[in-house]
Design a protein around this ligand. Structure first.
Ligand code: SF4
Ligand code: MG
Length: 390
């Protein structure tokens, strides 16, 4: 096993007028290199909040109140893992879109209607290239001999203060004055557009040159979603996060996009973290699965183990509620409703709906524990039998 990103006890709260919404409660999960990890659960169970917390894009009134997210370096580089929760926002900006990219459900919201799609694909590449150029200039200034260039230290400090959060501003300022940088910027723009066209072509879109020069309204839904994927791929990320990326597409297009993601995992990116409420998608595309309920992770296993032997009562109920081709009788639904997370149930958050509830379930929070090789479950029915009063 070779971890790429690992969340430990990640806890996120939203401070609303109705009270504190305990949206995530000590989520621990790990995505290894080379796999597709599926995060499943009903709407509102915290799947999106989990990945948004991992990427540190939780908006007010939300706040990450605990936990760690370790991101391991590129393979073979010997980089130490970094805790993303402890990094500065400027550092995170350098990571997002470059090492970790995200694609969302609604391509129309993700694309800018007044920019050519090729420019939009080129943008993230441009951003990260300008950023590293700006950083290089800053470090060259830092290395400059202060005897030869008196004041260069002061200049560096001023520039750094101005640009730490927005290195583009530095380049923009300098490129107006320095012809060399101006030419660099022009060459970079051309290269970025050419790269964008190439990526669009690699995604199986016919006539990539034409498509790169068109606007979002010229494209179909499936095509737009491919462009959104192209944007995410522009910098060859290690991890691609797909948040319900295919839910809004019709089934045939959905199948094409899933095939495409699978192919990309083999060739372009290291791992995929896929959020979905569709167990069919999970069965078809994922290697490993995490099941979430009301802000907690209740089960984590390899996909075949999970489908052949689900352990947690919620996972079992979720599987029973999937329509089957030779369905006899009514479809089973899960009794009760998803709890309000301002006052989540004590103990196991699933206990008000669980058919196997025991006394200790109402007070003791079940910890995730191993129930087999690479299979973990958070339920008092497993492990520690003496204490149970079933
Ligand atoms: Fe049901 Fe108890 Fe297991 Fe929770 S811990 S799922 S209530 S048996
Ligand atoms: Mg969501």
């Amino acid at each position: 096993m070779d971890p790429l990103i690992e969340a430990t006890d990640l806890t996120t709260h939203f401070y609303t007028y109705e009270g504190v919404v305990k949206a995530l409660d000590r989520i621990s999960l790990r995505v290894d290199r080379g796999i597709t990890f599926g995060l499943v659960g009903e709407s509102g169970c915290g799947k999106s909040v989990t990945v948004r917390s991992m990427m540190r894009i939780i908006q007010e009134p939300g706040r990450i109140v605990g936990g760690k997210v370790l991101f391991y370096g590129r393979q073979g580089t010997g980089e130490d893992p970094v805790d993303l929760i402890a990094q500065s926002e400027a550092w995170m900006q350098g990571l997002r879109g470059d090492r970790i990219s995200m694609i969302f459900q609604e391509p129309n919201a993700a694309l800018n209607p007044i920019l050519r799609v090729g420019d939009q694909v080129a943008e993230s590449f441009l951003f990260h290239r300008r950023r590293s150029m700006a950083q290089k200039i800053l470090s060259d200034l830092a290395d400059a001999d202060t005897r030869v260039f008196p004041g260069s230290r002061g200049l560096q400090n001023v520039l750094y203060a101005r640009t730490a959060s927005n290195p583009e501003a530095l380049l923009l300022r300098l490129s107006r004055r320095i012809p060399l940088l101006k030419r660099w910027e022009m060459r970079l723009k051309k290269e970025a557009f050419r790269r964008a066209t190439e990526i669009i072509g690699r995604l199986g879109i016919p006539h990539p040159d034409e498509v790169a020069r068109s606007y979002p309204h010229n494209l179909s839904g499936g095509m737009k979603q491919r462009i959104v994927i192209a944007i995410a791929l522009a910098c060859k990320p290690d991890l691609l996060i797909a948040d319900e990326a295919t839910s809004n597409l019709d089934v045939t297009v959905q199948a094409q996009i899933l095939d495409l993601l699978h192919e990309l995992k083999e060739t372009e990116i290291t791992s995929i973290l896929m959020i979905t409420h569709d167990l069919g998608v999970v069965a078809e595309t994922c290697d490993r699965v995490g099941v979430m309920y009301a802000g907690t992770l209740c089960e984590e296993a390899d996909v075949t183990d999970l489908f052949q032997g689900p352990k947690h009562p919620y996972t079992k109920a979720l599987m029973d509620s999937v329509p089957r081709f030779h369905q006899e009788g009514e479809l089973k639904s899960i009794d009760g409703a998803v709890p309000n997370l301002v006052n989540p149930p004590q103990g196991c958050r699933f206990h008000p709906r669980c058919p196997h509830v025991m006394t200790r379930c109402r007070t003791e929070v079940p910890e995730l524990q191993a129930v087999g090789e690479n299979h973990r479950v958070a339920c008092h029915l497993y492990g520690n039998k003496e204490k149970s009063d079933a």
